[in-house]
Design a protein around this ligand. Structure first.
Ligand code: LLP
Length: 383
């Protein structure tokens, strides 16, 4: 296992603390993204010498400055909708590789994506059964379901029965017959089992399984072993050990050296690079509970409500004061699920204090909503 999280040296706690406080005193809610952290994460992944191509899974955060920074680092881009593809194409240089990996997309999405330079993936029989003419003569990627899912929460596991993703391996022969009939070539195989995986062995197993399937197919040139690289959220949780991951990948690639290895991480690149800042509105005692209200909630960051995700919360105004209160930190939204953090030990807070919600760079702003018509969080970039 890797090193444990050194929460004490996060960029927001050290060099950017005063800047964040000033930003919060000006206006909230605000998402703030720290580009040097995005670049640091990108460079760490670039040490994976066995990986031939890294694509950023843009669903995690589509801010143009982040897309540009990752294009500069040499990343390609994995997109799941025409909207994502358009946002990427409007922002990054034409040389950046693009993947289009939708799920249950309508026919017209494929028609349009095939008119771009994106590499398109299919994950069911239906498109070839019903829209074969759309794919005639094309090279495509086949996403398979390896029969199991992984990840930080049941709702983010994307494999196995109960998951809507991927073509079951037992349907691959039927897919190949359809592909043959329509002059379609399977150039790549793809599997993504879920999000928030901290076990470095996982991607080696996926490579092995895809490689043995590719041996059967014959036309395959690359294996995309997905994203899902986790970042620890609770203090003390072990980080993904990138050097150990490289060791795993080097070994499996040694057994099947004739395939290019592709990956498509999202969270790993941006989670720690973003924070959400918000201000204290009111407090309330109710039974044995103390509620600390802030000016945004599940409308800006839905992960705690949706996955019971744990985000560190600090009072930026009182970072050095002792944590003597036990708070339920809640937003202003009309649902009991609008809790950003339960049972948090924090300094006694006052109205107007600037609070920071950490690790909000991935699946934060992109999953926000206009619910209750509360102001949406503005996004700010720190270069
Ligand atoms: N590739 C595919 C096909 C995916 O579906 C995903 C994520 C990724 C790559 C990138 O996964 P990552 O490296 O970011 O784990 N909203 C949830 C996460 C959902 C992930 C959806 N697919 C969350 O906030 O935890």
């Amino acid at each position: 296992s890797g090193e444990t999280v050194a929460a004490g040296d996060a960029w927001w706690r050290t060099q950017c603390r005063d800047q964040l406080l000033a930003l919060g005193e000006q206006a909230t809610p605000r998402y703030v993204y720290h580009l040097p952290t995005v670049r640091k994460q990108a460079r760490e992944l670039k040490t994976l010498a066995s990986v031939d191509r890294l694509h950023y899974a843009v669903k995690a955060n589509t801010h143009p400055a982040i897309l540009r920074a990752l294009a500069e680092e040499g990343f390609g881009f994995e997109c799941v909708s025409p909207g994502e593809l358009k946002a990427v194409m409007a922002t990054v240089p034409e040389s950046a590789p693009l993947l289009f990996t939708p799920n249950f997309a309508p026919r017209e999405d494929y028609v349009w994506a095939l008119s771009t330079r994106a590499t398109v993936s299919l994950d069911s029989l239906y498109p070839l059964e019903h829209w074969g003419e759309v794919f005639r003569g094309r090279e495509i990627v086949l996403r398979v379901d390896l029969g199991r899912g992984l990840g930080h929460h049941e709702k983010v596991r994307t494999g196995g029965s109960g998951s809507k993703f991927g073509l079951p391996v037992e349907h691959v022969d039927a897919f190949l017959r359809l592909a043959d009939a329509h002059g379609v070539t399977v150039r790549g195989l793809h599997a993504h089992l879920g999000s928030g995986i901290l076990d470095d062995k996982h991607w080696g197993e996926v490579y092995n399984q895809l490689a043995s399937l590719a041996e059967r197919i014959g036309s395959v040139a690359f294996l995309d072993i997905g994203g899902g690289l986790g970042v620890p959220s609770h203090p003390g949780e072990a980080q993904l050990d990138i050097a150990a991951l490289e060791e795993v990948l080097r070994k499996v690639k040694g057994a099947y050296p004739h395939y290019q290895l592709w990956m498509e991480p999202g969270r790993y690149l941006v989670a720690d690079a973003g924070v959400l800042i918000t201000r204290v509105t009111q407090q309330k005692g109710k039974g044995s509970w103390r509620y600390l209200g802030v000016d945004t909630g599940m409308n800006s960051l839905i992960r705690p409500a949706l996955y019971d995700a744990w985000h560190e919360i600090v009072n930026l105004t009182r970072l050095d004061e002792p944590a003597t209160a036990l708070y339920q930190v809640v937003g202003p939204i009309c649902e009991s699920g609008d809790v950003i953090g339960s049972d948090r030990r924090l300094p006694e807070a006052k109205e107007g204090d600037v609070m920071l919600i950490a690790q909000a760079g991935a699946y934060g702003k992109v999953m926000s909503s206009p619910y209750n018509l509360r102001d949406e969080a503005e996004e700010i970039i720190i270069e």
